[in-house]
Design a protein around this ligand. Structure first.
Ligand SMILES: Cc1cc2nc3c(=O)[nH]c(=O)nc-3n(C[C@H](O)[C@H](O)[C@H](O)COP(=O)(O)OP(=O)(O)OC[C@H]3O[C@@H](n4cnc5c(N)ncnc54)[C@H](O)[C@@H]3O)c2cc1C
Length: 415
């Protein structure tokens, strides 16, 4: 078991030139059999393993990833964390995640750099103002903090913003408890915590098949051979449909590229996270000074982790319109992830018709903020073979019954 990180361990390791830190997690060879195999070592898969081990006493678990942990959308996203969704089902799920975020660094003994600097959604038309008021009221009724602020208040928080864009800014919603976190630290923190409870984290091991017998799952084929499992939980984001096909399941998902960019580091100039659906881009500033920028998905479907130049150009036009002072800042890097978009812009956290096979997917452009909550409810679902009340509405059955939870208003550019 690794020692806890503390000021004392820092001093002790400092005295030995930082050469004796224990590995944060081991890299074992896979065992022949596990109680639960989790396919996908992103934040959601690792959080699921952590809560399964910690809260449900299941210890014989493997998390299997085809690459390195956190190398999927977890380390490719723009790290916006908020819980101000419109519908009751979403507000409750994302607010559970928010409450877990608020204690996560302490829980994991790992600094996930959760910074509650506030997230603003700008309203540029009278209809957007009405929609924003509606969402603020709905949020408050669900116990989620939300305020409507005026253009003068926006300017006070963000002195650099241009309120007189193509569509003048008429106000904004702000969730002050919302903010950003360090994405890969979230994967590493959950991995370390899970490893300490005996979870095997197996990297560079693609799952190539899901075996079934008499309507029940029996294990997974991997590039390192067959691994037997009583339960298989798939948390593979943009690759979920590929994994589903291996088990003969069809998911109502489309996989699209979603891009992000960061600039060269500059002095602190953006204080919160600012999102605009109408001008169509969002921006925040990382602790090391990079401007972190994103917008909407590329419209075509595909599995290449990159996107088209057209989206980059459109995104930067929108940013320069909102922040003309940034027009000469140079962009350092651009990349893409593959997001799994469902018809109602909401996740699927569900059992399937195959005994012992579970899916957690469909988070589309906005699943990072849900990471701890998603793992928490998915662990409950796997351990009890039944959903927690928070994720019961997110069953795959809703696409048969028609009980969709339409959060398109919270998606679009609003991650
Ligand atoms: C550019 C961009 C910006 C985003 N911005 C935000 C944001 O600001 N806020 C927000 O809340 N969300 C955001 N998101 C969405 C968010 O990143 C995802 O919803 C979330 O990270 C999904 O986490 P995950 O653990 O499910 O998936 P991932 O981190 O993608 O993990 C899935 C893992 O499955 C593995 N895998 C796939 N196939 C196989 C296989 N056959 N065998 C074994 N392993 C396999 C992959 O290697 C991967 O590591 C953004 C996404 C992108 C791409």
């Amino acid at each position: 078991m690794s020692s806890r990180y503390s000021i004392f361990s820092l001093i002790r390791n400092g005295l030995s030139y930082h050469e004796h830190w224990e590995r944060a997690w081991k890299s074992p060879e896979p065992k022949r059999e596990y109680d639960v195999v989790i396919v996908g070592g992103g934040g959601h898969g690792l959080a699921t393993a952590y809560y399964l081990a910690k809260l449900h006493g299941v210890r014989n678990i493997a998390v299997i990833d085809k690459g390195w942990i956190g190398g999927g959308n977890t380390a490719r996203n723009t790290t916006i964390v908020r819980s101000n969704y419109l519908w009751d089902e979403s507000a409750q799920l994302y607010e559970k995640a928010m409450q877990l975020w608020e204690g996560l660094s302490q829980e994991l003994n790992y600094n996930v750099m959760f910074s509650q600097r506030g997230v603003m959604n700008l309203a540029h038309t009278l209809q957007e103002v009405r929609d924003t008021h509606r969402r603020v009221n709905a949020n408050r009724m669900n116990g989620v903090d939300a305020e409507f602020i005026t253009p003068a208040q926006i300017q006070e928080i963000e002195p650099l913003i241009n309120l007189d864009t193509r569509y003048p800014v008429l106000g904004a919603s702000i969730q002050r408890r919302a903010g950003v976190a360090r994405h890969d630290a979230v994967a590493w923190g959950f991995a370390r915590g899970a490893d300490q409870m005996g979870v095997d984290i197996i990297q560079n091991c693609a799952v190539t098949g899901i075996r079934r017998e008499n309507g029940a799952v029996t294990g997974v084929d991997t590039v390192k051979g067959f691994i037997k499992a009583r339960k298989v939980a798939v948390v593979a984001a943009g690759n979920s449909s590929v994994l589903a096909e291996m088990a003969g399941v069809r998911l109502p998902l489309e996989s699209h590229p979603l891009q992000a960019l960061v600039s060269e580091p500059v002095k602190p100039c953006i204080n919160s996270v600012i999102m605009s659906n109408a001008v169509h881009a969002y921006i925040s500033q990382s602790d090391k000074g990079d401007l972190v920028i994103g917008a909407g998905i590329d419209q075509y479907t595909g599995y290449g982790q990159r996107g088209s130049f057209q989206s980059i150009e459109h995104t930067l036009q929108a940013i320069v319109e909102m922040f003309p002072a940034l027009s000469r800042v140079r962009m350092n890097r651009q990349w893409g992830g593959i997001v799994d978009v469902s018809p109602d812009a909401c996740p699927i956290i569900s059992k399937t018709d195959i005994q012992g096979l579970y899916f957690n997917c469909g988070w589309g452009t906005g699943g990072f903020k849900a990471t701890p909550g998603s793992g928490w409810v998915f662990a409950h679902t796997i351990a009890n073979d039944a959903p927690h009340p928070l994720n019961a509405p997110y069953s795959i059955d809703r696409f048969y019954t028609g009980h969709l939870i339409d959060e398109h208003g919270a998606a679009a550019v609003a991650h």
